[in-house]
Write a protein that binds this ligand. Structure first.
Ligand SMILES: Cc1cc2nc3c(=O)[nH]c(=O)nc-3n(C[C@H](O)[C@H](O)[C@H](O)COP(=O)(O)O)c2cc1C
Length: 291
């Protein structure tokens, strides 16, 4: 009933662990057994320490973070994911140019079912949302050479242009959205809260924005879409699927609901499908687009 296929990858349900949340170690990723797929932390060519603390701050309706793409580098990370027991592992990668993206994708490819290219981190300059739109196509083409389906993760900025470039490069799916560039100021210290000053906002506050982005992508392009941003309940997941997402990712929701969020959303979605007489989640994908 909840099983779905994206770019030839079969998932037992459309819920995926979003990149960057409890996905640095094998044990942590294996603990998400109720997720249809698990996306790794974004991994680059070499080790990155990331930004100084504070890197994360809780706001009333979500989280503000600027971790700075901290990761051990691809050689160390592939030792971590070797032999991992998860149903579907997606490898998230980032790079400063097409060659670096291609290198990391090649090293990661034999351990994962698909590659997710992070081109949308809102506080990492060219390693994120400032990756030039005119270079996206070449980078996707390079990653495709690793022989795995390629998902391209984009943010809300210039989304249609960037999605078009990714599709021209051969992307198999678009993932949207990343966190949204934002900040908070400590009025006692009279300075920004995060050490990096600017970070990315995630969680329930961004759900209407993510939803709108998915709806617009689905209205404009014929490519599988994976929706992400602010999902904390099964109703949120159904909304994204009605807007055109074939699958959804959950990150900050885990901070509020715990790892059990996957189990809860699976049973809520199943209950809703039965109540509404649907045999498959497939029948719900994009139904709001037709109204
Ligand atoms: C602490 C933290 C770290 C993140 N790290 C990454 C990352 O390494 N790569 C990436 O593509 N997205 C990263 N994200 C973004 C999430 O994958 C997701 O796109 C975003 O948080 C919106 O979804 P959510 O509201 O469910 O968290 C991170 C988000 C958070 C909160």
């Amino acid at each position: 009933m909840l099983d779905i296929e994206i770019a030839g990858i079969k998932m037992k349900n459309p819920l995926m662990l979003a990149s960057g949340i409890l996905d640095l170690t094998k044990e942590s990723m294996e603990s998400f057994s109720h997720a249809g797929a698990v996306v790794t932390k974004s991994i680059g060519k070499g080790e990155r320490k990331g930004y100084k603390n504070p890197t994360i701050y809780e706001l009333p309706y979500g989280l503000l973070n600027a971790i700075g793409l901290a990761n051990p580098g691809v050689e160390e990370y592939i030792k971590e994911i070797e032999g991992i027991k998860v149903d579907v592992l997606i490898g998230s990668i980032f790079g400063k140019d097409a060659n670096e993206f291609g290198y990391v994708a090649n090293r990661m490819a034999s351990y994962v079912k698909a590659i997710e290219m992070n081109m949308s981190c809102p506080h990492a300059k060219k390693l994120g949302m400032e990756y030039p739109t005119e270079e996206i196509r070449e980078a996707v083409e390079m990653v495709k050479r690793a022989g795995k389906p390629v998902f391209v993760k984009l943010g809300m900025e210039n989304l249609m242009e960037r999605a078009m470039a990714a599709i021209e490069g051969g992307a198999d799916a678009i993932v949207a959205i990343n966190t949204i560039r934002a900040m908070a100021i400590d009025i006692d210290a009279k300075m920004p809260v995060l050490a990096n000053k600017i970070g990315g906002y995630s969680g329930m506050a961004i759900k209407p924005i993510g939803l709108r982005c998915v709806y617009e992508l689905a209205s404009n392009f014929d490519i599988p879409i994976i929706g992400v941003g602010g999902i904390t309940s099964w109703k949120d997941a159904i909304e994204y699927i009605m807007a055109g997402a074939r699958a959804v990712q959950i990150g900050t929701g885990i901070y509020y609901e715990g790892k059990e969020i996957f189990k809860k959303i699976v049973s809520g979605m199943r209950w809703w499908l039965e109540k509404n007489g649907y045999n498959s989640i497939e029948d719900v994908v994009g139904i709001a687009l037709k109204k």
